[in-house]
Design a protein around this ligand. Structure first.
Ligand code: GAL
Length: 965
């Protein structure tokens, strides 16, 4: 049976060979973006092709915006799967139900469109297969969704009333090569452009700009298949194409992205060149640039916008790159396809190392060992080579691109080897990456995803076994630290390994942004919200940013973990050691500051003014170098108060990604310890009927529960709590070997504990309540004793917990929960600033903070445990900034969480919009929290961050916070 063009394995027909992308030449350009006529059909062959003929009347059709996806413009719906093909697997055949969008637009040539020459029509991205006609003539077909395709159209153009017709099939043979973990989003989603090609215009050009770190010279050579001249005025270069020039230059690096403007002039066109001199090489088993090994502090970036899907506007691209730079990220893997070409211009300009990945993934085949994996079937090799060529040819002139990647998760096969051979021959100036082949036969680096810390350490020590050839290669984690929901945990522990073993050249967090789609009733939609037959739920929401690019706490944590300056403080000598962790740059872009701040009034609220001053770090401190500096003495207040030293590195001159004083790195160190917390005791309990009064506390003697504190009637009395709404990482991924504690906790019944009262003792100066906290159907328990005392003003609760039975699982949390009237919406506290858990607390900045309770919530797209603050000495919940409320002092410090809804409500919610503030403010005062890990795809919580059920004692002192402070 002869297959139609959309099902045969060929990459396409009728198009031009791929070539380098550039913007800003002097050739005339006409954008064909905008409103197009649109008709959706349910199958590939339902409608005939008469719409492409001249004179077809499409006025009754709908309209869609190009670039765009029709499923996000009211026609059909998106589908999300991770590695499942959403149709029966029978390559290269696709289903008869194959949504097909006919697109039509007319256009006139501008009056000043030059006469003569040719013209090309370029599509920068169409998912997944298109057939194209201009003025009734068939131009051809193409596949390769995230790749450019061009046609020569000069002979067909007319000054007025041109008609461009494009038929787009959602499914094609190409879909088998595009099984990436993302929404399936058909449409013409990148630019459509008509470009004039004058006689003698540049066709393709390849800029080679290397840097010799030994003598500081750069060598430039521009190949062009139409001969011309190359000029770089700043360097005094004026040479013919094909010739080379060697001059003294400043090199390009992600840290100092020095670009030189040049021009390639052929008889018909002037093309701007943006030249960055750099040499990428494998040297002594390490990835080097300009002679030095580099450390990737990277992220994986999909193209995504919550409203327009993979049609991403230039502002969003710029926001992404700026945000990455602002968070100390120095590298991006373009998972799992070449991005919009303008994104790479931004990487050149602002400075990011790029692994540019080909648009290729056949994941479903590798998961289930199906026969016919296209990467190992030579019938598909031309399609694979076409994809490799379209990637490399388009992006070859970007200095930021240092590594080509063959694709993602395809298993192994001859097709991949053919791609690697082609790429190496075409561009020996870059390295090659592919993760899916453990032998590393075709690659320059050993790359893995989600390897746990212990394995990464073995690899760092070169004790991982494996083929000999692999042992000689550098190592990267092309994906790690799965940022789904709350997390990722364990970043600091990875970074320590990267900084210890030279073979470990860093990694790329999975991934940059959540792919939640804006939804009218759900806030952000994820898999399953569009009634898909098969889907993978919220696995598509696993980014360091929320869909609107608001940084999630994971991004703040990552920024701190990978900061390029290290501080070490020695309290005995009052000195600080500052180390430059950049690979190339000195510290001349930064200024340094020290600050002492004290919680002088610990126990009564308020802080004392901080003192600060400049720290004179030598600006020329080179990469890897350290300096030791003496700090000024802490102020006198520091002697009787808990005092902290804050050190910061700030941007000292505005850049294209950072404002003046943008903070690049910081560290906090205790200078003097927290003074002991006074034990509130001495007052006598007084009993009247069922009421018992102890200081400001009013209890019910039948239950031992605290009913009121001063005038504030509690909505829920403080009592032991171990439950948290499981995070995506608690729930874990089915393929992970580690125990998945979220489901186990639920099976054990930790979300429905019973609190039995075993004894109530009213003593001379205390009320003691003995309880057994346990789930039904189990013989596990936590024997819990609450001992209440007071000094007349403050009310102290001492809690002791003794586990009983065989606790096979760690606890989610261990602490006390209470409910206050919801008006207490303003929190003040002394402790850490942002969300933190035991293995996500590197960024937790110590200090005195205030926040509305609403702002303490981290709005993960699928609601789950969030918002804890670490190391909290004391917290207040007030009705407003100076309003009355409750003050809580911890002994020791506690984890503080406050929410306008209960854990049960948080646990039951599936989308943000399910959460509605109630009349209770739920306050969690935790002695312990379990770490986070990244088991939603990677390894679980490291043993040191687990919360084992074991004997515990802690105390909390409550008092009424009077208005004002
Ligand atoms: C990897 C894959 C990514 C993504 C991630 C989990 O296996 O390469 O595309 O699926 O896991 O979110």
């Amino acid at each position: 049976m002869e297959l139609s063009y959309h099902e045969d394995v060929s990459p396409g027909t009728g198009g031009l060979p791929p070539r380098a992308w550039y913007a800003g030449s002097d050739a005339a350009v006409l954008s064909l973006n905008g409103s197009w006529r649109f008709r959706l059909s349910p199958g590939a062959a339902v409608e005939d092709e008469s719409f492409a003929a001249d004179g077809f009347d499409a006025t009754a059709w709908h309209e869609v915006v190009v670039p765009g996806h029709w499923v996000l413009q009211g026609h059909g719906a998106p589908v999300y799967t991770n590695q499942m093909y959403p149709f029966p697997v029978d390559p290269p055949r696709v289903p008869t139900e194959n949504p097909t969008g006919d697109h039509l637009r007319g256009f006139d040539l501008p009056d000043d469109w030059p006469a003569g020459g040719d013209a090309t029509l370029r599509f920068d991205g169409v998912e997944s297969c298109a057939r194209v006609w201009l003025n009734g003539s068939l131009l051809g077909e193409f596949k390769g969704s995230r790749l450019p395709h061009e046609f020569a159209v000069g002979a067909l153009l007319r000054p007025r009333d041109n008609v461009l017709a494009v038929r787009v099939h959602q499914w094609s043979s190409g879909s088998y090569l595009e099984d990436q973990d993302q929404w399936w989003l058909p449409g013409v989603f990148r630019d459509v452009t008509l470009t004039h090609r004058p006689e003698g215009a540049v066709r393709d050009h390849f800029t080679h700009a290397s840097y010799d770190h030994r003598d500081g010279t750069g060598t430039l050579r521009v190949e062009s298949d139409v001969a011309g001249r190359v000029t770089v005025p700043e360097l005094g270069i004026d040479i013919a194409t094909g010739e080379s020039a060697t001059v003294a230059v400043e090199p390009w690096s992600a840290e100092r992205p020095r670009l030189y403007d040049g021009v390639l002039a052929t008889p018909g066109e002037r093309v701007p060149l943006r030249i960055g001199f750099r040499t990428v090489a494998l040297k002594d088993g390490l990835i080097t640039v300009n002679g030095r090994p580099i450390l990737f502090r990277g992220v994986n970036r999909h193209e995504f916008h919550p409203e327009t899907g993979r049609a991403v506007d230039i502002d969003t691209m710029r926001t992404d790159v700026r945000l990455m730079k602002m968070h100390n990220i120095n590298a991006v893997r373009t998972a799992h396809y070449p991005p919009h070409p303008a994104f790479l211009d931004l990487c050149d300009e602002l400075g990011l190392w790029v692994i540019d990945e080909c648009d290729l993934e056949t994941h479903g085949f590798t998961m289930r060992q199906w026969r016919g994996n296209p990467v190992d079937d030579e019938r598909w090799t031309p399609a694979l080579l076409d994809r490799a060529a379209r990637t490399v040819e388009r992006d070859k002139n970007h200095p930021s691109v240092v590594i080509w990647s063959l694709g993602n998760e395809c298993g192994t096969g001859r097709g991949l080897t053919a791609m690697a051979e082609w790429i190496r021959a075409r561009d020996p100036g870059r390295l090659l990456h592919y993760e899916g082949d453990p032998s590393c036969a075709d690659t320059d680096m050993y790359s893995r995803m989600y390897a746990d810390h212990a394995e990464v350490e073995r690899i760092g020590r070169r004790e991982d076994g494996g083929p000999q050839a692999r042992g000689a290669l550098p190592f990267i984690l092309c994906e790690y630290a799965h940022a789904m929901g709350n997390g990722p945990g364990g970043l600091s522990d990875y970074q320590r390994l990267f900084e210890t073993y030279e073979r470990l050249q860093g990694g790329f967090v999975w991934e940059w942004t959540d792919h939640g789609l804006t939804h009218p009733t759900l806030g952000y939609a994820y898999g399953g919200d569009f009634g898909e037959e098969l889907h993978d739920g919220n696995f598509v929401c696993d980014g360091l940013c929320f869909p609107d690019r608001r940084p999630s706490p994971g991004l703040t944590e990552y920024k701190r973990v990978i900061q390029p300056v290290r501080f070490a403080y020695d309290a005995d000598t009052g000195t600080v050691r500052v180390t430059n962790l950049y690979d190339f740059a000195d510290l001349s872009d930064l200024s340094f500051e020290w600050t002492y701040h004290s919680d002088a009034a610990a126990g009564t609220g308020g802080d004392v003014p901080s003192v600060s001053g400049p720290l004179d770090v030598p600006p020329d401190l080179g990469p890897g170098q350290s300096v030791e500096l003496k700090l000024p003495e802490p102020p006198a207040t520091a002697r009787d108060a808990e005092t902290w030293l804050h050190l910061a590195a700030l941007v000292c001159e505005e850049t294209n990604w950072a404002a003046l004083d943008h903070s690049v790195a910081f560290a906090d160190f205790p200078v003097t310890a927290r003074p002991p917390v006074p034990v509130a005791t001495g007052a006598r309990p007084r009993r009247r009927g069922y009421d018992l009064t102890l200081g400001p506390g009013r209890f019910d003697v039948r239950t031992g529960e605290l009913r009121a504190l001063g005038d504030i009637t509690l909505r829920s009395a403080p009592r032991l709590d171990v439950w948290r709404a499981p995070t995506d990482n608690d729930d874990g991924a089915p393929w992970q070997p580690d125990t998945r504690y979220g489901p186990l906790w639920r099976a054990l019944g930790l979300h429905r504990m019973h609190h039995r009262i075993d004894g109530l003792e009213v003593e001379e100066d205390a009320l003691t309540v003995r309880t057994r906290v346990a789930p039904a159907a189990r013989d596990l328990a936590l024997r819990t004793v609450y001992r209440w005392t007071s000094d007349g003003t403050a009310l102290r609760l001492a809690v002791s917990v003794t586990p009983e039975g065989d606790w096979e699982a760690p606890l989610p949390r261990l602490g006390v929960r209470l409910g206050l009237p919801a008006v207490h919406r303003l929190a003040h506290w002394f402790g850490s600033a942002g969300e933190a858990y035991p293995d996500t607390r590197a960024a937790a900045r110590m200090g005195w903070w205030s926040s509305w309770v609403e702002q303490l919530q981290t709005p993960y797209l699928r609601p789950q445990e969030n918002g804890a603050r670490a190391d909290v000495r004391w917290a207040e919940l007030r009705t407003g900034f100076d309003g009355p409320g409750v003050r809580i002092v911890g002994d020791p410090a506690f984890w503080f969480t406050a929410r306008p809804w209960s854990t049960e409500e948080l646990d039951a919610a599936t989308h943000r919009t399910d959460l509605v503030p109630g009349d209770t403010l739920w306050v969690h005062l935790d002695h312990g929290q379990r770490g986070i890990g990244s088991q939603s795809c990677g390894p679980g919580v490291l043993p040191q961050y687990e919360l084992r059920a074991s004997f515990a004692e802690f105390a909390l002192t409550f008092s009424v916070a009077e208005p004002g402070r």
